[in-house]
Design a protein around this ligand. Sequence first.
Ligand code: NI
Ligand code: MN
Length: 229
Amino acid sequence: MVSLRYHGHDCWEIDDGTHRVLIDPFLAGNPKATAKPDSFTKLDAILVTHGHGDHLGDAAAIAKKTGAMVVSNYEIVGYLQAQGASNGHPLHIGGGWQFPFGNVKLTIAHHGSTGPNGEALGNPAGILLTMGGKKIYHAGDTGLFLDMQLIGEAWGPLDVALLPIGDNFTMGIDDAVRAAAFLKAKVCIPMHYNTFDLIKADPAEFVRKAEAKGYKAVAVAPGGTYKVD
Ligand code: NI
Ligand code: MN
């Protein structure tokens, strides 16, 4: 069994009973977070989709404290290494690697990736994580794109798709429902909503609209866990 614990915004802690990874660890500045950066002691890896502060978040501090390996694009791994997070593994879009905890492949995402002080931190990405025999797609920040069919079909089948629904900076609800149709994951879980006023959205509306089209969707409250059998 693989469990996905939601820490609000785009931050997910994924655990297969042996290994644990954290995706987009935005905690200290995240009004929805139910965990603090120093609450993590044992982590295999921290996966970062892009350089924006609400995703890069506390990656450097958590990596330094836990020794977790940072997996992200080349520019972000170099940026974090310069801050003392020395254990890093760079990938780039379309490339994957088999780690002891699982397989990580970066996908395209249509978005930006400047760092907290305007640094150019490469291209934004989505993450395809295979862990504990389950395949999880974390879309990162992105608009809708037709290549989601590639991710869901050629690179799938997906057990879980984590999709932004907050609009303004990413897909909104209706495009996230279109994404669900392209991805055909066993379940879609909304994220990137209600953290800030600009991304207000109702996760129940996403669930209702996705299920009306025949796609299973579940909203997970911050602090909650979704278990994949
Ligand atoms: Ni962003
Ligand atoms: Mn964001």
